[in-house]
Design a protein around this ligand. Structure first.
Ligand SMILES: NC(=O)c1ccc[n+]([C@@H]2O[C@H](COP(=O)([O-])OP(=O)(O)OC[C@H]3O[C@@H](n4cnc5c(N)ncnc54)[C@H](OP(=O)(O)O)[C@@H]3O)[C@@H](O)[C@H]2O)c1
Length: 233
């Protein structure tokens, strides 16, 4: 079913892992895709498969680790042939595994810049246009990670993502801009590592659920992609 035909989705970190699956899953439903990774060469595999879905594509490259990089990414995404209707803030980094007492300020700054400040900047850039056009779906990737003090920087950054998503959803109360946050499950990716119980393909179709909500659908809520395993792909 081509439920997203003629829409444009911007998926950060769609060069590999979960973002790549989300980009392909959206394209299978007819959605045009703005693909993002740090370097153009990182996008080749994603783009090669996107070609098979008969959708339009556009490229945004750059670093989320600096505000200049984020600005560059926003400028490129805004130059796509269509406006961003669906924003997946997917790209993120894991923290170093170390004692909660040993984490220095530089590590908090590094992880928060990529996982939180960049995500907020992207929402600020694209959400007002969604409001003007009367349609928008924002899905911020979070984590169901258990209390693990040695990975606290990552977990706390995701807690910030959850709260920001709820606040942004409240800003759009009653409007057709829905903001939700999604836990993909612990999956075998570069970030998740080889010991994760799930394969990356299992993020579909659940990861697409918040992008497919109709007007008046849920907003400000947590979704677990693995809770929708039985849905038809
Ligand atoms: N995998 C899991 O088990 C798991 C569990 C819970 C939540 N999540 C969340 O799911 C999302 C995707 O994770 P993943 O496992 O797919 O990660 P991944 O395989 O490590 O892929 C990370 C993606 O983010 C991009 N990226 C990384 N650092 C960047 C930076 N500094 N600037 C710009 N782009 C950057 C990468 O681009 P390049 O290819 O160009 O480097 C890549 O596309 C994240 O938000 C993560 O926290 C994952």
């Amino acid at each position: 079913m081509k439920l997203l035909e003629n829409k444009w989705a911007f998926v950060t970190g769609s060069s590999r892992g979960i973002g790549q699956q989300i980009a392909w899953g959206l394209a299978e439903r007819g959605c045009n895709i703005i693909v993002h990774g740090r370097e153009p060469k990182n996008l080749e595999a994603t783009l090669a498969r996107l070609k098979t879905f008969n959708v339009q594509t556009h490229i945004a490259t750059g670093e989320l680790s600096t505000s200049a990089g984020v600005a560059q990414i926003i400028t490129q995404a805004m130059a796509a042939p269509g406006p961003v209707d669906i924003l997946y803030n997917n790209a993120a980094v894991q923290t170093k595994y170390q004692s909660i007492f040993a984490v220095d300020q530089a590590e908090w700054d590094r992880v928060f810049q990529i996982n939180v400040w960049a995500l907020i900047a992207l929402c600020q850039a694209f959400a007002p246009g969604m409001r003007e056009r009367g349609y928008g779906r924002i899905i911020n990737l979070t984590s169901g990670i258990a209390d693990q003090p040695n990975l606290a920087v990552y977990s706390v950054s995701k807690a910030a993502v959850d709260k920001f998503s709820r606040d942004l959803a409240a800003e759009f109360k009653g409007e057709n801009v829905l903001v939700n946050f999604l836990d993909p499950g612990w999956l075998q990716t570069d970030l998740g590592g080889p010991n994760a119980p799930g394969n990356v393909e299992s993020v579909l179709p659940g990861a697409l659920v918040p992008a497919l909500f109709e007007k008046g659908g849920p907003s400000g809520r947590f979704y677990g992609a693995q809770d929708y395993k039985d849905l038809e792909r």
